[in-house]
Write a protein that binds this ligand. Sequence first.
Ligand SMILES: NC(=O)C1=CN([C@@H]2O[C@H](COP(=O)(O)OP(=O)(O)OC[C@H]3O[C@@H](n4cnc5c(N)ncnc54)[C@H](OP(=O)(O)O)[C@@H]3O)[C@@H](O)[C@H]2O)C=CC1
Ligand SMILES: O=C(O)CCC(=O)C(=O)O
Length: 521
Amino acid sequence: MLTGKNLVAGHWRSGETTFNAVEAASGKPIEPAFAEASSADVGDACEAAAQAQSTFGALALKDRAAFLRLAADKIDALGDILTQRAMLESGLPEARLNGERGRTVGQLRLFADEVEDGAWQGLRIDHADAGRTPPKPDLRMRKIPLGPVAVFGASNFPLAFSVAGGDTASALTAGCCVVVKGHPAHPGTSELVAGAISAALKECGLPQGVFSLLNGTDYALGEALVKDPRIAAVGFTGSRAGGLALMEHAASRDVPIPVYAEMSSVNPVVLMPGRMAEAAADLAQAYVASLSMGAGQFCTNPGIVLAVDGEHTAQFIGAARAALEGVPAQTMLTGGIRDAYESGIDTLGAQTGAELVGTGAEGTGPCGRSYVYTVSAADFRSNPAFEQEVFGPSSIIVRCTDLDEVADILSGMEGQLTATLHMAQTDHEAACALLPILEQRAGRIIANAWPTGVDVTHAMVHGGPFPATSDGRSTSVGTLAIDRFLRPVSYQDMPASLLPAGLREGTSGTLVRVNGTWRLP
Ligand SMILES: NC(=O)C1=CN([C@@H]2O[C@H](COP(=O)(O)OP(=O)(O)OC[C@H]3O[C@@H](n4cnc5c(N)ncnc54)[C@H](OP(=O)(O)O)[C@@H]3O)[C@@H](O)[C@H]2O)C=CC1
Ligand SMILES: O=C(O)CCC(=O)C(=O)O
């Protein structure tokens, strides 16, 4: 079924050089070979996107929503074929990938509803007042699509953060054409999803330039895409080094563009003393389940746990050790990610003060074994290496002398996607004092749960200050993600016949702010 070709505006193109996907579990190459996209493919995909942009950006909202719904239906209809290929390429289990397909199509459908709702356009009307000194002009504002977006598929979510993942869904919702740089760890999965999107475009009678997929294993491909003058913004999930490189490429263009990169996070979790007195052993079990889920290949992994040293923390550490013994080693996404994980664990274990709490079972083949370390707060604070993300099933428990030391450590941490408080009623006063610190550090603050697992909703923030993301004012999950790919435009004293639909009196069909007051249609 797979062609191994790149999708350039509806045309499946082969190439001079090829690469093979690798079966995650065995490390063996799998068929077919995939074409490495050429610079001509990049140029043609970007040109087609630029050509299609005005048509797609101006599409009636109901038509854009219909396209997103049809794309969701077609991805869903791939069913087992998609799951099986994604399992082979990523090593992730069937249930997880079926769930991820549900999340991906659910996200597209939610975004289709959001398109039709229209409030994301941010419509505002300020009427003229000729009697004011100086006279006040008529001003009307809406948000328009930025232009074609380059999306980098992530390795760790081959569906929900890849070809039709959150970045693609939010860019299309905003009315932006998309050129995806597929992750070379799952090119077959990428091709199947791209085929579904292309078929939906065809059935909706939309230009094929709205969507292209380019595969490749050379950084030059990503660099060329980011530097193409027709690209207006970038969406990325991956390593800090990768995100920073793309930010540099974007900044070095004649016309710099925004890069929305979601990069690295250690997601601090605070175990408050009252809650620890109630349930240290239960917390430890849930902690080990969260850190080892999906071989720890989540940017929301609970990488750092902060607790006040004492009897209950000792109990927590003991229970974590016992829970780890039952955790099997799990296949990691790629050999490169497994090697990076092992080297990260070696570096962590070699730091002064790092004590091994316990490990999961050892595996054979390209597996990630779970590791938990503990360190005193003094050693943690004197060595920034403890705060580096180790991507995989590992975590560090930091033993603090009191909650003031917990607060000091949190204050000194880098930006995070999440921060978590496990607390009992008796902890609320102390937790209240920590909240302002957590708000400064993280995009999502969680009470009495674990950070892995991100719900796709209207109020979700999957973002955070650098280096969690390149722009802490944004989210890459949830409907607010659309805002990254929009730009406000104001029309001053524009004749009604020239105003866009929505800004003429009584045509908004959605929430609009008139002379400062919010009005429903
Ligand atoms: N925090 C998180 O959510 C995640 C972190 N990671 C971290 O990243 C490591 C590698 O995993 P991977 O998923 O491959 O992530 P990478 O960041 O290495 O790669 C992601 C994508 O970006 C491209 N890319 C990376 N660097 C550059 C560059 N300098 N110029 C142009 N394109 C670039 C890659 O291209 P190419 O295909 O050519 O390699 C790939 O398509 C992991 O071991 C882990 O540490 C990974 C996934 C998620
Ligand atoms: O936890 C999730 O659902 C999403 C995590 C994520 O964005 C990531 O690992 O890249």
